[in-house]
Write a protein that binds this ligand. Sequence first.
Ligand SMILES: O=P(O)(O)OC[C@H]1O[C@H](OP(=O)(O)OP(=O)(O)O)[C@H](O)[C@@H]1O
Ligand SMILES: Nc1ncnc2[nH]cnc12
Length: 179
Amino acid sequence: MADDKLSRVRDAVGAHEGFPKPGIVFRDIFPVLRNPSVFNDLNDLIYEAAKAVPGVECIVGLDSRGFLFGPILALKLNVPFVPVRKKGKLPGAVERVSYTLEYGSDEFEVQKDSVSKGQKVLIIDDLLATGGTMKAACQLMEKLEADVVLCLVIIELTDLGGRKKLTAPFKTLLEYEGE
Ligand SMILES: O=P(O)(O)OC[C@H]1O[C@H](OP(=O)(O)OP(=O)(O)O)[C@H](O)[C@@H]1O
Ligand SMILES: Nc1ncnc2[nH]cnc12
């Protein structure tokens, strides 16, 4: 059953060679959202992965594709959703870190009062490539003294070795290799 759901999600993920730069195969999650039944399958799988970790108290979603899944998961678990955003988008006092990703670099911010010390957080994003983005989110959580109980992604590009950058527990629903 879960395998059927996963196959349907895998079949719906798009691939675009040479986007946004030559040499990159862009894995596009948006076609999944065009099909409500497959989007529902994916949200079920995300929920099951999150439920396997006891005591999740907060969902942290990464700008921008983590925002597609994080709030849905947070509602299902009845816990808060907190956004990590690219620089300059969040008002009030923020923590900030710089990071590099498969095709660029950026800065991430989180509102200082959004997560409390010791809170068990699950970080969600659509995809792990080099791991720079997820690592930066973990560093932000460290600054807030939160406890990252799971870094959850839908797609991992395994050849890029991103998971080695992470010290917190990591789970992916789909693995892609070879580029
Ligand atoms: O593992 P990494 O090499 O760091 O790359 C992964 C990140 O790259 C993409 O986001 P992107 O920065 O392109 O932003 P977007 O979600 O706003 O499109 C993707 O959604 C991940 O967040
Ligand atoms: N290959 C890729 N496809 C989609 N999003 C990405 N983010 C970083 N690398 C990516």
